[in-house]
Design a protein around this ligand. Structure first.
Ligand code: AMP
Length: 252
């Protein structure tokens, strides 16, 4: 069985993002970019499934500009067997377009599992996995905190963290899984593996080759900084606090 993992290149989680002066988005040039943390967890899970004999191959896929190959090199260095880059040039692709591209990849690769992050930390959409599942009509286990694969019965048991506790569901394969934070601790790529990954081939595809039309489903009107929070004040007594709540904040 093959596992396909979708890995997105995003602004590194430690970078303080800056909005572009024309408010069209956030600045990404000269900014450190990395693999989306939830995608690292997705890849780690796929690697563990392969290491436990549940899969024979892990294929990492990234959709975006040329620089996505850097993210795919990281995926190869972590242990992915192959990588596919769908080059869409400098345009921003949104979840429905990504989902349509992933459907085309899945139809070509025929994996038993497609694993994605639960959300990308740049757009926080939390939509792509669910959309691919809808397009493919595959069962989905979202926000997975534990995955157990039964290769013989072709079932994946997925534990999900829900508001009321833990929900356990069984999915018939092929299926979609999206990963939550507590699923695993992703490995670091070792230096020898980083060196080996440099010589691995990254297959390049275009949307035309995949027969996917990139139609924008919506338009981003503007991106703005969140309002600056006013500094708080320290009160010395409870009476002073009550007075301020009553006469300044008018909440009492
Ligand atoms: P989102 O729905 O945008 O929050 O993204 C959820 C997940 O979908 C990510 O963690 C990735 O696994 C996958 N994904 C979204 N966009 C891309 C992309 N451009 N390339 C590869 N995977 C993506």
């Amino acid at each position: 069985m093959k596992v396909v993992v979708a890995v997105k290149r995003v602004v590194d989680y430690a970078v303080k993002v800056r909005v572009k002066p024309d408010k069209s988005g956030v600045e990404t040039s000269n900014v450190k970019m990395s693999m989306n943390p939830f995608c690292e967890i997705a890849l780690e899970e796929a690697l563990r499934i392969r290491e436990n004999g549940g899969a024979s191959e892990v294929v990492a896929v990234s959709i975006g500009p040329t620089q996505c190959t850097e993210t795919l090199r990281t995926a190869l260095a972590m242990g992915a067997d192959r990588a596919v880059h769908v080059d869409v040039g400098p345009i921003t692709v949104y979840p429905l377009s990504v989902a349509k591209i992933l459907r085309a990849i899945v139809e070509a690769e025929k994996p038993g599992l497609l694993i994605l992050g639960k959300q990308a930390i740049d757009d926080d959409c939390n939509q792509t996995g669910q959309m691919v599942a809808g397009l493919l009509k595959w069962p989905q286990g979202t926000f997975a905190s534990k995955v157990i694969l039964n290769k013989e019965e072709q079932i994946a048991t997925v534990e999900r963290e829900v508001d009321s506790g833990l929900e356990t569901i069984c999915l018939d394969l092929p299926a979609i899984i999206t990963t939550d934070l507590r699923l695993n601790q992703p490995r670091y790529a070792t230096l020898p593996n980083i060196m080996k990954a440099k010589s691995k081939v990254i297959k390049k595809l275009t949307v035309e080759e995949l027969n996917v039309e990139l139609k924008s489903d919506f338009e981003v009107c503007q991106v703005t900084e969140p309002p600056v929070r006013k500094a708080g004040t320290i009160v010395s007594t409870v009476d002073e606090l009550i007075d301020k709540l009553k006469n300044e904040a008018h909440v009492l």
